[in-house]
Design a protein around this ligand. Structure first.
Ligand SMILES: [Ca+2]
Ligand SMILES: [Ca+2]
Ligand SMILES: [Ca+2]
Ligand SMILES: [Ca+2]
Length: 465
């Protein structure tokens, strides 16, 4: 009996020990299972990010290929011509974040998708751009406008309100004026008086739409005025990339022009056009302005035409006639024209900076092109929209309807809609094959596809479960 009692006590403690060990093993298993699950999830996120990155690489090759084969030279691919929203690549999908320059600053929960036309912006290096022209841009001050000009001009003379080495010597740490062209728009951060608020405005994630944190005052950065409209920074209006090749028959060579026109029109119509150009020779007045004019007269009866728009106005052609020949003509003397503004894609604020258009006509132009989308095949529509020949001639040397540089701002998610990545590329098509001029990772700016896309993706993920 005694022996049995000892045995049962011993086996009792044994049982407790076994139970403890079993409990420990279970706890250990649970712990590792949890750790494994976290590890797996992290690995899954990493895989998703890699997939998103690969989708972006695929998208950029795709765009490059489209620009080389499908796009008409000087024309931007319209979002209708290629997929740019939630495009599947394996388990990943990508979007190209564009801009709606007709309808700017409204509270959208979803960005515009497509390429961004660099010629829709003002080229910081354009020789014709002056402090006076850009001082009315939203957020701009006369001081910053003048400092931008001093930053890029070669001399060290301080312009009115401007800044040269003396100003930058007082900065901590001190630095010098560049006195050379801008290489990027971000370089504006170095210009005297510039702040990140002025440069980036309310659009902290640079997607062209008003995100919740961009319309909640200072509840969350950035500071904004909570007015339900996006007030973007100066970044939005500038580029350093716009440049177009000038090809075709030069309208300032009367013999070549006549030969060319006779290939398109009857010889009597050609005579009329040539005569009209001769008669209007004295009234142009603006020929030789800007970077495109200045060519010597090629015959006493034919004064220099400063731009294609001036040619249109002076030739007496109809809009349709001009559209037939505009692509094959040029008024330029150099092989490339830098910093022309594309009137088909520029926003009202950019158009306001163009001489001859200005604050008076910019809104009118935006309204005209929205209601006359079929008229935009040549620059002639600007003369029609302004309704004043001398102002149109004034604007002529600075505007175009062609674009050769485009931004593809590509955001992507990988499997399970995770691993968000975003990279911005700038393409140049002004020489033979499309070139990537610039590549910038913007993933750190956070989600840029808007609330609607997030909702769509959440619904997708739920459905998949
Ligand atoms: Ca300077
Ligand atoms: Ca935004
Ligand atoms: Ca805010
Ligand atoms: Ca606002």
């Amino acid at each position: 009996m005694r022996l049995r009692a000892v045995n049962s006590r011993e086996s009792g403690s044994l049982l407790i020990i076994v139970l403890w060990i079993a409990f420990g093993l279970v706890a250990l298993t649970l712990y590792f299972a949890h750790a494994m699950r976290l590890e797996l999830r992290a690995a899954d996120n990493r895989v998703a990010a890699i997939e998103a990155g690969q989708a972006i690489e695929g998208a950029v090759r795709y765009v490059s290929n489209l620009l080389a084969t499908v796009a008409y030279p000087g024309q931007m691919l319209s979002p209708m011509e290629f997929p740019c929203e939630a495009v599947p690549v394996g388990e990943a999908q990508y979007w190209m974040i564009g801009r709606d320059t007709n309808d700017w600053g409204i509270n959208f929960a979803r960005p515009t998708f497509g390429l961004v036309d660099e010629a829709s912006k003002l080229n910081l290096n354009a020789p014709w751009l002056t402090a006076e022209l850009i001082q009315y841009l939203p957020g701009m001050t006369p001081q910053i406008a003048a400092a931008i000009m001093d930053w890029r001009d070669e001399d060290s003379e301080i312009s009115t309100d401007g800044a040269e080495d003396e100003t930058y010597a007082r900065m901590t740490p001190p630095y010098k004026t560049k006195n050379a062209p801008f290489e990027s728009v971000e370089e504006l951060r170095l210009v005297a008086g510039m702040t990140t608020e002025i440069l980036y405005g309310e659009d902290a994630n640079l997607n062209g739409i008003l995100d919740p944190n961009e319309n909640d005052a200072d509840d969350s950065p950035p500071y904004d005025n909570r007015d339900g409209r996006l007030d973007p920074g100066l970044m939005e209006y500038f580029t350093v990339y716009s440049r177009e090749p000038t090809v075709g028959t030069n309208v300032n060579n009367p013999e070549e022009l006549r030969t060319f026109l006779e290939e398109v029109f009857s010889s009597s119509r050609t005579d009329e056009i040539m005569e009209q150009l001769r008669l209007t020779g004295g009234t142009g007045g603006q020929g030789g302005q800007g970077g495109q004019g200045g060519q010597g007269g090629q015959g006493a009866t034919y004064s220099t035409v400063g731009s294609l728009l001036e040619f249109y106005v002076r030739s007496g052609m109809t809009v349709d006639e001009f559209a037939q020949v505009a692509e094959s003509l040029t008024a330029a003397t150099n092989n490339f024209a830098d910093g022309l503004v594309n009137v088909n894609s520029a926003s009202q604020y950019v158009l306001e900076c163009v001489p001859g258009i200005g604050l008076d006509y910019a809104a009118q132009l935006v309204a005209y092109r929205e209601s006359n989308p079929l008229q935009l095949t040549s620059v002639a529509w600007v003369a029609e929209a302004i309704g004043d020949d001398s102002l149109a001639i004034q604007a002529g040397p600075y505007i175009t309807t062609r674009s050769y540089q485009f931004t593809a701002d590509i955001a992507a998610v990988g499997r399970h809609n995770r691993g968000y990545q975003r990279v911005r590329f700038v393409f140049d098509t002004s020489e033979d094959a499309p070139l990537v001029l610039h590549r910038q990772d913007l993933t750190h700016l956070g989600w840029a596809l808007g609330q609607d896309t997030r909702t769509d993706l959440l619904a997708q993920t739920k459905e998949a479960r």
